[in-house]
Design a protein. Structure first.
Length: 249
């Protein structure tokens, strides 16, 4: 997407809109390996389960933090497997999976049941990988519903997946709108008017479905950070601003 040439023109904050620090500490998405004390400032945090063994998770939970484990439902970063396709993600080098494959469902069930006793919930990622194929789309909807059964009362946060969302109400608790105001793709930049209107529409959809709404933004300069935070504040949605690798707090 093309960069916004003059993001400073979008940084003016209306006089009746005030910053709410608590709102912007609602969620952190952190894939780094270190247990930073900054994480304890957030109500919920998403981490890579391989980086946070039970003792680390418990340390955060004792501070009142809900810890969610990352879980990819549409792509696999492991070795050769029966469920993998030849479609490779150009950025992350992960493989799109055949969501209909029974062994993939068994694989996901095993992860949920292994992490459920430790974590407070899951971030369900790569849902969009199934959006263009009707068969895969139906399989993804079924898989998310199965994850809900396996996870019990654990909190489920969907990352995007807006083509599926109408049918996922009742299966997920909240939605993460990734790249809400800014993105790293094509270089860090702010979205333009029609792109901002699109993500605001996604926020409206999430709220209409009565799901929790969170934003995730990417920035490498103070100007981009201010732009993302002020827009999120104006729209009343918490945002977490980080780098491409999601290792910065």
């Amino acid at each position: 997407m093309p960069a916004l040439r003059h993001p400073q023109t979008y940084l003016e904050r209306p006089a009746d809109v005030r910053e709410d620090p608590a709102r912007h500490r609602a969620l952190a998405v952190y894939y780094g390996p270190e247990l930073s004390p900054v994480l304890a400032r957030y109500r919920r945090v998403v981490v890579q389960p391989g980086h946070f063994w039970p003792e680390r998770v418990e340390r955060l939970q004792r501070r009142g933090v809900e810890v969610l484990a990352y879980l990819s439902l549409g792509e696999d970063d492991g070795g050769p497997a029966a469920w993998n396709t030849d479609d490779i993600h150009p950025e992350w080098r992960t493989r799109r999976v055949n969501v209909r494959h029974p062994q993939w469902r068994e694989h996901i069930q095993a992860q949920v049941e292994r992490h459920r006793p430790v974590f407070d919930g899951f971030l369900l990622d790569t849902l969009d990988s199934a959006a263009t194929d009707p068969n895969q789309k139906r399989a993804m909807i079924k898989l998310v519903r199965l994850v809900r059964q396996w996870a019990g009362d654990r909190y489920l946060l969907a990352n995007r997946g807006f083509d599926l969302l109408e049918r996922l109400r009742g299966s997920v608790d909240g939605v993460l709108i990734e790249s809400f105001s800014t993105t790293w793709q094509g270089g860090y930049h702010a979205y333009q008017g029609h792109e901002l209107a699109y993500t605001e529409g996604l926020l409206d959809l999430t709220r209409r479905l009565k799901l929790d709404a969170f934003a995730l933004d990417y920035a490498d300069t103070p100007i981009l950070k201010r732009f993302a935070r002020r827009r999120a504040n104006r729209l009343g949605v918490p945002t977490f601003i980080t780098n491409r690798e999601l290792t910065r707090l």
